[in-house]
Design a protein around this ligand. Structure first.
Ligand code: FES
Length: 179
């Protein structure tokens, strides 16, 4: 049986605060979906239905937003979601090699979750940091730049131990010394 999800009164108050910042409920779909994903860990069809009902926005619209952004999880995911960029710059810099390395290491394919629920892997479009290719993002948060098998090994080991990767800043060319 599909799981049912509800917002508490406290959630509804928070959602009201979010929607108050927008001219109409439809404009608040993105932040409310983020709120729902933070709470439930994903935005599967049952969560989409709840958001639709709460905002009075058609379910088809909610579905369209969720399916457009890989940042929204359409099903329950692992504790750590590894989004490996396989778009052009990352692709020519070994993005697929890194993806396949991770798949082999974890024993799963892109789109799957390890049986212990620790990791999910996704192949994603450009993460907007092409100069640092190949790159991956950890659970919609930190980026790991210039991936190598050694970096991947360390990342997976650290995440298993509950350690988050260090923040790697991505300076723009205009910020580099001497320019
Ligand atoms: S192509 Fe990978 S970050 Fe742009």
């Amino acid at each position: 049986m599909a799981e049912t999800y509800t917002f508490t009164d406290k959630d509804l108050k928070e959602i009201e605060k979010i929607t108050a910042k927008y001219p109409d409920k439809q404009s608040a779909v993105l932040p409310v979906l983020w709120y729902a994903q933070d709470k439930f860990g994903h935005t599967d069809p049952a969560v989409q239905q709840l958001v639709s009902k709460t905002l009075g926005v058609p379910e088809a619209h909610i579905r369209g937003v969720v399916s457009f952004y890989t940042q929204f999880y359409e099903k329950p995911m692992g504790k750590n979601v590894l989004d490996v960029c396989t778009c052009l710059s990352c692709q020519v810099s070994g993005g697929y090699d890194m993806l396949h390395y991770i798949e082999e290491k974890l024993g799963i394919k892109a789109g799957e979750t390890t049986p212990d629920g620790e990791f999910s892997v996704q192949s994603v479009e450009c993460l907007g940091a092409c100069g640092y290719a190949p790159i991956l993002q950890v659970t919609n948060d930190k980026f790991v730049n210039h991936l190598t098998p050694e970096k991947v090994d360390k990342l997976i080991e650290d995440l298993r131990a509950g350690k988050q990767p260090d923040f790697e800043s991505n300076p723009m060319p205009q910020h580099e010394k001497g320019s």
